[in-house]
Design a protein around this ligand. Structure first.
Ligand SMILES: C[S@@+](CC[C@H](N)C(=O)[O-])C[C@H]1O[C@@H](n2cnc3c(N)ncnc32)[C@H](O)[C@@H]1O
Length: 306
């Protein structure tokens, strides 16, 4: 079969040489990461159709180029440009033109092409999902494009999945992703909810005693009070349940509003919100010098403590 991942990388290199040699460098990637990236491309095509790959690569390239522009601004200013999460909800997450136009496809494909995202997805599967085999229910906050949910529903056939997102376009995208992947609709429930609303979160139906585990990837930096978000998750899950969490340190994006200046600040926050770190993956962003404002991707498996 034609290797569409290699072909897709060649297309990015031809159209966008600036990102091809830096942001999407897979030269040091482990073989299982390459296999995973190929699968993501195949899943994208199943989801959106063969003809959609070129458009998807443009969307991915747009978010990559936006990142380079915003990051160089961040390096000078030391602040994220966006300062208002409610404005992001109105202008981006509830704007289906932007969400369907580039955001969801771009982020979906970032897990195939950005080396740190690809490694975090591996870490999620190997070090988190692999330990949830016996568990029956999951809550995910900020479902986005649905790649974490898809991986879970494929690998853990007994789990009942509940996904929450403030973006109607994201939920529509995930619904279609699951349909195309022939995931039984009885196995998952999707809710349009702002996680910061205690009342709306309390209305989500949950199993007696709470969800068996939770996932929250790349959402903490999108809210003004990340402690509120972690407290909401804490309220919804069973004692000693595990949480898979990812976020960023010193990495700008159009919708990042909360700045973690170092990994210690994340640890202090999770500790304050009564989560214990079981395992971490801390990945410096390739190509940036060490120093006080060095950018990192951060992933952790945490355990709820009382
Ligand atoms: C950067 S995307 C992350 C998507 C995916 N989890 C990932 O790891 O790539 C952030 C997602 O969080 C959602 N989101 C942001 N703020 C939210 C809030 N207050 N409540 C619920 N969802 C929110 C957005 O709509 C978007 O789908």
């Amino acid at each position: 079969m034609e290797d569409l991942f290699t072909k897709a990388r060649a297309e990015i290199a031809a159209k966008y040489p600036l990102i091809a040699n830096g942001l999407v460098d897979h030269n040091n990637a482990a073989p299982e990461v390459i296999t995973q990236s190929k699968k993501i491309i195949a899943d994208f095509i199943t989801h959106k159709g063969n003809d959609a790959l070129s458009g998807g690569l443009d969307a991915f390239s747009k978010i990559s180029l936006d990142f380079i522009r915003l990051q160089s601004r961040f390096i000078r200013s030391g602040k994220y440009r966006a300062q208002d999460a409610e404005e992001m909800i109105r202008d981006l997450y509830q704007n289906s033109e932007k969400m369907e136009g580039y955001y969801l496809d771009g982020l979906f494909l970032s897990y195939a092409f950005w080396p740190n995202h690809a490694q975090m997805l591996q870490f999620y599967k190997n070090r988190f999902l692999a330990n949830q085999q016996e568990k029956k229910s999951c809550l995910e906050i900020g479902v986005g494009h649905g790649l974490m949910a898809l991986s879970m529903l494929r690998n853990l056939t007994d789990v009942a999945y509940t996904g929450v997102d403030v973006s109607p376009a994201a939920l529509k995208y995930v619904q279609r992703l699951m349909e195309r992947q022939k995931i039984d609709s009885n196995r998952f429930a999707l809710h349009e909810v702002n996680v910061m609303s205690a009342r709306k979160m309390a209305n989500i139906s949950k199993p007696d005693g709470g969800f068996s585990y939770a996932v929250c990837c790349e959402v903490l930096e999108h809210v003004m009070q990340p402690e509120t978000l972690l407290n909401r998750i804490h309220d919804q899950i069973q004692p000693e349940a595990e949480l898979f969490l990812t976020t960023v340190v010193n990495i700008e994006a159009e919708d990042h509003v909360y700045l973690f200046k170092n990994t210690e600040q994340i640890r202090e926050l999770t500790d304050m919100c009564r989560f214990q770190i079981k395992e971490e993956l801390v990945l410096p962003l390739p190509g940036f010098p060490e120093g006080p404002s060095q950018p990192f991707n951060y992933a952790a498996v945490l355990t709820k403590s009382i």
